[in-house]
Design a protein around this ligand. Structure first.
Ligand code: AMP
Ligand code: GLY
Length: 423
């Protein structure tokens, strides 16, 4: 079958790498893709928000299955758009419809869902400009630190964690009255702070059943020791070494199964990935967020650990056949380290030639903010290359990635040298 992957990051290169290996895959397209995907698939000059052009491509290129990488097109209703087109209604879209995508697109929707289905999460209240005074009273009732979340999508920047109550009130004012995050902060969720270790769990659902995928831990801060500004992700490992069999069972029983049952009760036909952002408090899992897609950089460690055919898995999810599907996970552990442009996540320069990519033999090199120009690979974004390795332990995988990185260079290249330091 012909397959289209939407997106341009390391996650999409990792999808392309796995799907390309499938005997089921005839032609593989990525829109818009990057220098990495162009080597194993055909890149299309279509952006992920160009719904008409995407529909045209599906029709003209005879695409049977679409994998939607990022959340924005899902939250904007791409799946409904494709399914609503009479010529395309049989196309499999891996990614939920607009209604279900609100699990990521609206924190308030997600909190309602969690509470309605008794899934453990931090206690919260949601406020708008109309009842901002109630938000101030709520802050007075709470203990520090205060967790403030813009309701809508804010490119990963909409969550503030603040120690001082006056500062928290001031930020609530900025969000609700001065539109700090634009429309995304028209509503603000104020929630209890949970103290624990974060991890990312993933499943794929066909609407009725689910398959558990490997879990991961990502490293979001720019600086070593988890310091400095937040980024899109500086590295990840899979599995998180603290993840025991008992804890995984708790996650399935207390979080994953009630979520899938919740979909059925709420008449949500969910076909796609669910990314559970969890915090382990003592020995119990709490949901801090749902994402309706795979994570990045988590995909760069999770997908390589799926030994069985990824396209067969996606096809089964699209056809409601997950129950009979067998997924095989590699016992090997995985780690990825991101090479980023100097200055990121603040100002940085692009168009730097990247050297040494072809001399890497022990690791997988996933391109992200990288492009092909004049037969050279050049930087084209903040997060440029993810170097993934497999090993008998997370430590071994990390050592391989750090050794491979020695062969790669570009002007002002930066990476964290301590991924996995806390494990
Ligand atoms: P989110 O966008 O909801 O994932 O939040 C971004 C980050 O804020 C998370 O990765 C956590 O590190 C942190 N966070 C969110 N909610 C909470 C909470 N209730 N308690 C502690 N930390 C939180
Ligand atoms: N790594 C977090 C995310 O993909 O949202």
């Amino acid at each position: 079958m012909n397959v289209l992957i939407l997106g341009s990051g390391g996650r999409e290169h990792a999808f392309a790498y796995k799907i390309r290996q499938s005997l089921l895959c005839k032609n593989l397209y990525v829109a818009p893709g990057n220098s990495g995907t162009s080597k194993i698939a055909s890149n299309l000059e279509i952006q992920v928000n160009q719904f008409e052009q995407i529909a045209e491509a599906i029709k003209n290129l005879n695409i049977s299955l679409v994998v939607v990488g990022p959340e924005v097109p899902l939250v904007n209703g791409l799946t409904d758009f494709i399914k609503g087109n009479k010529d395309l209604k049989d196309t499999i879209v891996i990614g939920p419809n607009k209604h279900a995508a609100q699990l990521e697109g609206s924190k308030d929707f997600a909190k309602d869902f969690l509470n309605r289905h008794n899934i453990p999460t931090a206690s919260h209240k949601t406020f708008t400009a109309e009842n901002i005074n109630d938000a101030f009273f709520y802050i007075d009732e709470m203990k520090a630190p205060y967790v403030l979340k813009a309701d809508g999508l804010a490119a990963g920047k909409g969550v503030l964690i603040i120690d001082n109550p006056d500062e928290a009130k001031n930020e609530i004012h900025e969000m609700l009255i001065n539109s700090k995050f634009g429309d995304a902060s028209k509503s603000v969720v104020v929630e209890e702070f949970l103290d624990g270790i974060e991890l990312s769990c993933f499943v794929i659902s066909d609407g009725q059943d689910y398959k558990l995928l490997p879990s991961a831990k990502d490293y979001k801060r720019i600086g070593e020791g988890d310091t400095g500004l937040n980024t899109g992700g500086m590295g990840a490992v899979s599995p998180p070494t603290f993840l025991t069999k008992e804890f995984t069972e708790k996650v399935e029983q207390q979080v994953i199964q009630p979520t899938i049952e919740g979909f059925k009760k709420d008449n949500i036909n969910y076909q796609g990935f669910i990314f559970f952002g969890l915090i382990k408090v003592n020995d119990d899992p709490y949901v801090i967020e749902y994402n309706v897609r795979m994570g990045d950089p988590e995909s760069e460690v999770v997908l390589p650990r799926i030994k069985s055919d990824l396209l067969e898995l996606l096809y089964a999810a699209g056809n409601g056949n997950l129950k009979d599907h067998n997924i095989i996970i590699d016992d090997k552990k995985a780690a990825t380290v991101f090479l980023v442009s100097g200055g990121y996540p603040e100002q940085y320069e692009k168009n730097k030639e990247i050297f040494g990519l072809d001399s890497v033999v022990d690791s997988l090199v996933f391109h992200a903010g990288a492009k092909c120009e004049d037969a050279k690979v050049k930087t084209n974004g903040g997060r440029v290359i993810a170097v993934t390795s497999m090993g008998n332990s997370v430590q071994e995988a990390l050592e391989k990635s750090y050794n491979s990185i020695k062969k790669i260079s570009f002007e002002k290249m930066y990476y964290r040298k301590d991924i996995g330091f806390d494990l």
